[in-house]
Design a protein around this ligand. Structure first.
Ligand SMILES: [Ca+2]
Ligand SMILES: [Ca+2]
Length: 289
């Protein structure tokens, strides 16, 4: 009887359910009914232990863009991030260096991590892969981008010409059209005749926003407008008629809006390529364009 019990426990701990054998033994030795219940409990315990090794998951990073040569606080969202020990970045393909130092890493809860990054100014701008390391595993990567321009974020209260957000060019402006019929306004200073570019990225980064972009003077007179230049994304090349302040206005063409309606505008006296050919190259190879 005792020997049969030991054998059953051994079977349970191994998790090897040889049902046929167990039921035969049970039949032969007349194992009491609660024995089967105990076996189920032991199996469940083993299953729970297996489940207690959660694989961490990363779903988003904010902000998604960082100007190289700056130190920025970022927030990472996902699951099972509480015990994160470090962040991993893919290397700069030219320097073969990650070049991104993590000076702070703190879990706010199991779904949120706060980190402070110091990004070297010598890094090549572009996309990097970011992963989180925990004692139970490493997350799948998500993308984080290094940029050359100062990164600006909309104030959220810049919904009229009177409450426009003062910005300095050049810059990469990041914002949302959060509500139907919302317009975002930015006020900038410019010199007469200086060629300025305002290049919207929204539909090209899978935002549902169909941008409509305009430049007005402070009297409210529209000086330029563009609906679609790159797919649904707007582009304005603007030469200010005189020294002074101007307003940049962005809204959805159909007056729609929502939490997913994000945009990014490259603004200022920045180089703009009208066309590029070929449109792509193989990773790790040089391509003549
Ligand atoms: Ca807005
Ligand atoms: Ca458009």
């Amino acid at each position: 009887m005792i020997r049969a019990w030991i054998e059953l426990l051994w079977l349970a701990d191994l998790g090897a359910i040889v049902t046929e054998r167990v039921s035969r033994k049970t039949a032969i030795i007349g194992l009491p009914r609660f024995g089967a219940g105990l076996l189920t409990l032991l199996l469940l315990r083993g299953f729970t232990l297996l489940q207690a090794q959660p694989i961490p998951k990363l779903t988003s990073v904010s902000p998604e863009w960082i100007q190289r040569g700056t130190t920025v606080e970022i927030t990472l969202s996902g699951e099972y991030l509480t015990n994160a020990t470090r962040l991993l970045f893919s290397s700069d393909t030219e320097s073969n260096q990650a070049g991104i130092a993590v000076t702070e890493l703190k879990a706010q809860d199991s779904k949120t991590l706060a980190a402070k990054l110091a990004v070297s100014s010598s890094l090549t701008p572009g996309e990097r892969e970011l992963r989180v390391v925990t004692p139970t595993g490493v997350t799948e990567p998500i993308a984080i981008n290094l940029s050359e321009l100062p990164e600006l974020h909309e104030s959220g209260t810049n919904k009229s010409p009177e409450s426009s957000q003062l910005i300095e060019l050049p810059a990469a402006i990041n914002g949302f059209i959060k509500a139907p019929a919302e317009s975002d306004y930015y006020r900038f200073h410019a010199k007469k005749g200086e060629p300025l570019i305002f290049d919207v990225f929204a539909s090209r980064m899978n935002s549902p926003l169909d941008s409509s972009l305009a430049i007005q003077n402070l009297e409210g007179k529209e000086l330029a407008r563009n609906e679609d230049a790159n797919g649904l994304d707007s582009l304005i090349e603007f030469r200010p008629p005189e020294d002074g302040d101007y307003l940049l206005q962005l809204r959805d063409f159909r007056y729609q809006g929502g939490a997913e309606f994000k945009y990014r505008i490259y603004a200022g006296a920045i180089p703009y390529l009208d066309s590029i050919f070929p449109l792509g190259g193989r990773r790790g190879q040089s391509v003549e364009i």
